[in-house]
Design a protein around this ligand. Structure first.
Ligand SMILES: Cc1cc2nc3c(=O)[nH]c(=O)nc-3n(C[C@H](O)[C@H](O)[C@H](O)COP(=O)(O)OP(=O)(O)OC[C@H]3O[C@@H](n4cnc5c(N)ncnc54)[C@H](O)[C@@H]3O)c2cc1C
Length: 399
């Protein structure tokens, strides 16, 4: 019998790390979150918080706050960027009835703020970059770049796609460049005529790549994520500045409406999209991984954040139910979460090939691929992703 788990060290105050900290704090654990950035300032662009993830917000008592800063889209729509013709539509009407919760389009900065303010300030230490973890006897230590250390009963590596914790536990990178380059920006809605953009999440597909556009921040801004294949990308960061001109130059053959949207962009950032192979192992002794550190995935189904919220809830439950046995807690969590996250990674990689769905043969090829590989056609795929309830199914997910 080990000493009961009391102190939990979380490395990374991103989406998954903060959600796990809130869930564990509410269960009475002594939680400390260590974040490398010197402040917890709000970064990022749009983030879809899909119904499966919204169920975690509801369980943590944060759904209404999320609702207040977000927009509920009417559906997911695919358009030919040349003429705007609709090639596919997934309705989000009656999302609560069909999937068990709302679907929100949010700004990552708003979500980050609402999560960090749900924790006492003393539980988060900013400016503390983890450089390694070392287990010794009845505890585990976190080593920081500032020369300091911290001791805990378990460590959760929530430090994203370049996870230091993952490298310390298992070696090797968490993710590799996917071959897709992205630009992200926000357009103030007031710059465009009323009704210029509809209330759906729009996928504009064209020969250069695709644009994802939707309202965020209570409808005050339109989020743009512009994605195109590109062979090389040296740097991974969420804050590499770009320009409107560079973004436009990447999509010369996009249709007129998509060009107008890009032309009205304010600050533009660029980043390479990274994805990973499912990690063979997440848990080693008193440490485990969560979110992108464990299973980085492409954003095609918007499940990078979604799956990290699911992980966070499940891990808090596993730790709480096995306070006297860290090995059962961490290994049980890993076994419960791995099959679903591996499948989400694979689906997200598959989907990137099928953004273009202009012709009937293209659409049929996609349906055939999903049916033979995952046993599901489009409606069942969305039902499986969005309809999942991580709150009642934290012990395991049906496939
Ligand atoms: C600044 C930023 C902006 C983003 N913007 C978007 C966006 O606009 N849209 C979108 O879909 N996704 C965005 N993402 C990614 C998205 O948040 C994640 O893919 C997803 O939410 C999974 O969450 P996560 O908790 O695993 O990782 P993340 O949310 O990426 O959080 C990881 C956290 O760990 C911290 N960290 C990393 N290394 C260390 C270390 N060694 N020591 C201490 N802390 C460390 C990072 O600073 C970060 O706060 C962004 C990520 C970041 C870091």
């Amino acid at each position: 019998m080990h000493r009961a788990i009391k102190r939990v060290a979380i490395v990374g105050a991103g989406m998954g790390g903060l959600a796990a900290a809130i869930a564990l704090h509410r269960k009475g654990f002594d939680v400390k979150v260590y974040e490398q950035s010197p402040d917890l300032g709000a970064f990022g662009a749009g983030l879809g918080v899909t119904p499966n993830a919204v169920k975690v917000f509801a369980a943590l008592g944060l759904r209404e706050k999320l609702h207040d800063v977000s927009v509920e889209p009417g559906g997911l729509i695919w358009r030919d960027s040349n003429d705007g013709a609709v090639t596919k539509f997934v309705s989000l009407d009656r999302a609560v009835e069909r999937f068990g919760a709302q679907y929100y389009n949010s700004w990552r900065g708003d979500v980050h703020n609402l999560l960090s303010s749900a924790l006492p300030a003393a539980n988060i230490e900013a400016g503390r970059r983890c450089e390694g973890v070392e287990e010794g006897g009845d505890s585990i230590g976190v080593r920081f770049a500032d020369g300091g250390t911290a001791e805990a009963d378990v460590v959760i590596g929530c430090d994203g796609i370049r996870s230091v914790v993952r490298r310390a536990l298992f070696g090797g990178p968490a993710a590799r460049y996917s071959g897709h380059m992205c630009w992200r920006t926000l357009v103030p809605a007031e710059r465009l005529p009323a009704g210029f953009h509809d209330m759906n999440t729009n996928n504009w597909t064209g020969p250069d790549g695709f644009l994802l556009t939707y309202f965020v921040r209570q409808g005050k801004f339109i989020n743009i994520i512009a994605v195109r294949p590109q062979e090389t990308w040296e740097e991974e960061s969420w804050s590499v500045p770009s320009t409107r001109e560079e973004m436009l130059a990447g999509f010369p053959r996009m249709g007129e409406k998509a060009q107008v949207l890009m032309n009205n962009a304010e600050q533009v950032f660029k980043w390479g999209q990274f994805t990973g192979a499912p990690a063979a192992q997440w848990t080693n002794g008193r440490a485990t991984l969560l979110g992108d550190a464990a299973h980085a995935m492409l954003a095609t189904f918007g499940q990078g954040a979604g799956s990290s919220f699911e992980d966070a809830f499940a891990l808090a439950e596993w730790i709480s139910a096995n306070r006297d046995d860290y090995s059962t807690a961490l290994n049980g969590y890993e076994a419960a979460r791995k099959p679903r996250t591996a499948r989400l990674q694979e689906m997200s990689r598959t989907e990137v090939r099928f953004k273009q769905q202009r012709t009937l043969p293209q659409r049929l090829r996609r349906e055939w691929t999903y049916l033979t590989r995952f046993g599901k056609t489009t409606p069942k795929v969305y039902q499986w992703i969005f309809g999942f309830d991580p709150v009642t199914n934290w012990r395991a997910a049906a496939m």
